[in-house]
Design a protein around this ligand. Sequence first.
Ligand code: ATP
Ligand code: MG
Length: 548
Amino acid sequence: MAEVYETNNFIHNAIDKDLEEGKCHEDILTRFPPEPNGYLHIGHAKSICLNFTTAAKYNGKCNLRYDDTNPVKEDMEYVRSIEEDVKWLGFKWDKRLWASDYFDEMYECAVQLIKEGKAYVCDLTADQIREYRGTLKEPGKESPYRNRTVEENLQLFEEMREGKYADGEKVLRARIDMASPNINMRDPVIYRIAHASHHNTGDKWCIYPMYDFAHPIEDAIEGITHSICTLEFEDHRPLYDWVLQAIGKWEKPPRQIEFARLNLTNTVMSKRYLKAMVDDGRVDGWDDPRMPTIAGIRRRGYTPEAVRDFCERIGVAKANSTVEADLLDACVRDDLKTKVENRNVVENPIKVVITNYPEDKTEMMEIENSREVPEMGSRMVPFSRELWVDGEDFMEVPAKKYFRLFPGNEVRFKGAYFLTCNEVIKNEDGTIRELLCTYDPETRSGSEGANRKVKGTIHWVDAATAVKIKIRNYDYLMIDDEEGNSIMNPDSLVETYGYAEPSLGEAKPGERFQFFRKGFYIADSELTTDDEKVFNKIVGLKSSWKKK
Ligand code: ATP
Ligand code: MG
């Protein structure tokens, strides 16, 4: 189980009070209730963390419950992915449950409400129901079917269940108050007809309970003490309470508590939208590393620790807001910087030839694996006459305060020697072929001579043993266009290649590294093979996002 944080939030305060006043069961029980109609995203991660850590704080439990009351759109692939994601985040559910297992009991509850005059069958069409509902300013109008007798309602509801009516022909409504200031209380629909097969119950049912009716019953049956949901449901809470009270058979019924959903800048967080992107091939599946799905960020290289830390840092709010996506990146950096080893990799490589270094010599240089964690030790890296340096580390005409390689300048090649660039050799088309440099043999790393001050330090890769790798650089999937509309970022994936020190030739899928001075990378779990190493850029060393 993931760590339990000691901080208190308003949900914990509410639970403390309920426990103190004996209003809830002593064994705290929460639930995470996904609808299996898509992959989970980072917003769901927030809900998962909240439900599981809240339960853990009280030595309670948390159920995983599939909210599968809607017969269409559900798929076992989603079920598998949801379980993988919850486990990856580091949580263990107590029971795994299906809302559809309660269909019989929900039906019984509906019959009970009819018998008590608290529900009726209504023949109005969906449009008419909307029209009769009224507005925020005007009370609703009562349905002409509202005063049917109990017998008639029982018979009609039974006939609905038997399949006598078409979809939409009749509904079951709670009989509450058409003049209520809360529109949700104006005789809400609680059962509808849908002639559709259900993945669990098959063709047993052609009537299905509505969310607002089903959810409190699911919670109550399981003995959930606190039903944590997002703010959109705040106005539904009176109905949640009404359903439980009207049925009345549960002692200490569950209590709904709302929190603000997570919104992230430059991130679309809607399963429907994400599914559309997958379906029309704009991304490479649900686990495309650009996707805000948990599967996507996992493949991208984020760690569960970083995601949990992020959810904890943003806290639980009662008002909606949008969190900077940068904060999630910062959590990833903080987590990885003490966990992964450095490697030398250069992009846009430029060849360096050390004219005063013997042609057939190779020295093994000892280079530390981590600046942050000395215990990570060191590795031996070959160094010889021809090297690659990063395109960013050379400027023919240096900018102000540029201390890296340029003609006439001396820099430290990290872990090796000091080199001076003497001459730039160009191809016929004007591009750089190589830089002729000389090294100072007295400056070998670790020796006295290396204490001399130079302003620039760069990294390098031995050309003879370099491994060519593919690098996938990601940017936000969604950006705003000039009119402020959210559009797909055409540069959300840019593929480059790089030269790496030889050890990266052995990288295993899923292995993470810090490419020295560049950022954190992971060998892609699907594209990396024995022959080709493909790395996803997880995150740069510093925030690089500039407001466009
Ligand atoms: P979406 O709107 O993306 O399709 P959903 O709310 O329909 O998501 P569910 O499967 O119904 O998805 O959600 C499961 C749980 O996750 C619910 O309790 C829901 O409130 C919570 N949840 C969904 N999105 C977020 C979010 N952005 N932030 C926090 N919690 C969320
Ligand atoms: Mg939903």
